[in-house]
Write a protein that binds this ligand. Structure first.
Ligand code: PSU
Ligand code: MN
Length: 339
């Protein structure tokens, strides 16, 4: 009897340890997390909230436009009636909702070059070392889930890199979508990646992939169409919100990818950018950059910007604003279903 009881207790203990903590439980453990009062208020009163990431601020876009774009995305989210929760790490504290001064600090990459690109594996070391960091999709999903934010809008999901079947370079973004019940609204995955294998991997992980479009074409970040098809599509925020709601009604504790194509007027530019992407990927293989782990994506992005004389940056900004808009619309609809 004693043995059985003890085993049960041990098991209960380990289950509890493995299970997700709520924000209040984390805070009760003195976790270094600050929720912005505006975000806290929205979460308490049922105003929809959209999470935004900061790896695009610290590592995705060059200064000074990085700061402006991060602020603009918040404005776009507000235009949909939602509250933006831009997430990042400042001086070893997780910020869910950033003050302007924090945003400025993260965006000032020249004066703040030690600001780290934060994925799941980096979170605890960065907090313990009191570092600054831009949260990737992976890390932003974790904090959005912790705060019970159901929609997160951003640009490009990480994925299986070209040659990933040998290098094993597969972004932690993908696996995180199995752990966090958050709807990720993004412009697909960049064509610096192996899009086909990324979709295969998401299928294996059981993550719903929905094209936010009249067709099932999966977008390719700089281009509205990648040539790959998704299993589902809708171009209606109500239906997209219902897809998320059905999933979580069933307690399916994973996220979903809602892939929003860049606006059609950028399609032509997208084809030219694609050539620069191919060249940059080739160069990264020749100069060894492709073996540099988390530096690969930022290097490729900045090389493509150089090669396209910043056309890629204009497209990147356009698609970011578009996903923030659609993310806000979906979050607003989700809120009325959930409340
Ligand atoms: N796509 C962009 N800009 C970015 C990123 C992706 O257009 O800044 C960032 C995102 O934060 C994404 C991360 O989560 O790169 C993926 O990095 P990696 O491939 O090292 O996992
Ligand atoms: Mn990687």
């Amino acid at each position: 009897m004693y043995g059985l009881a003890r085993r049960v207790i041990v098991r209960a203990h380990s289950v509890r340890f493995a299970s997700r903590l709520s924000l209040s439980e984390s805070l009760a453990r003195d976790a270094p997390i600050d929720v912005h009062p505006e975000v806290q208020d929205a979460l308490t009163t049922g105003v929809p909230v959209v999470a935004l990431e900061t790896a695009l601020t610290t590592h995705g876009l060059p200064p000074p436009i990085n700061l402006q774009v991060t602020k603009d995305l918040e404005t776009v989210v507000r235009s949909t009636g939602c509250i933006p929760a831009t997430i990042g790490i400042v001086a070893g504290r997780v910020k869910i909702g950033l003050e302007n001064s924090d945003l400025e600090r993260l965006a000032d990459v020249a004066r703040n070059p030690r600001s780290v690109k934060i994925s799941r594996r980096d979170i605890a070391p960065a907090l313990a070392s009191k570092a600054d960091g831009g949260t990737t999709i992976c890390a932003t999903l974790i904090f959005a889930a912790l705060a019970n934010i159901k929609v997160f809008a951003t640009g490009g999901l990480g994925g299986v890199h070209r040659g990933g079947e040998n290098s094993m370079d597969v972004s932690a973004d993908l696996h995180e979508l199995t752990r966090c019940p958050v709807g990720l609204v993004s412009a697909g995955v960049k064509s610096i990646l192996d899009i086909g294998r990324t979709l295969e991997y998401l299928e294996t992980l059981g993550v719903p992939v929905i094209s936010y479009s009249r067709t099932k074409d999966f977008p390719a970040f700089f281009s509205p169409r990648s040539g790959f098809q998704t299993p589902w599509n809708t171009d209606d925020p109500v239906t997209a919100a219902r897809m998320l709601h059905s999933q979580w009604q069933l307690g399916l504790d994973n996220g979903a990818l809602i892939a929003v194509p860049i606006p059609e007027e950028y399609a032509e530019k997208g084809e030219i950018i694609q050539q620069a992407v191919n060249q940059a990927v080739l160069e990264s293989e020749q100069n060894g950059m492709s073996k540099r782990g988390k530096d690969v994506t930022p290097w490729l992005l900045s090389r493509v910007a150089e090669l396209t004389k910043r056309d890629s940056i204009d497209s990147n900004i356009a698609l970011l604003k578009h996903t923030a808009l659609i993310g806000g619309k979906i979050a607003a609809q989700y809120q009325s279903l959930a409340s």
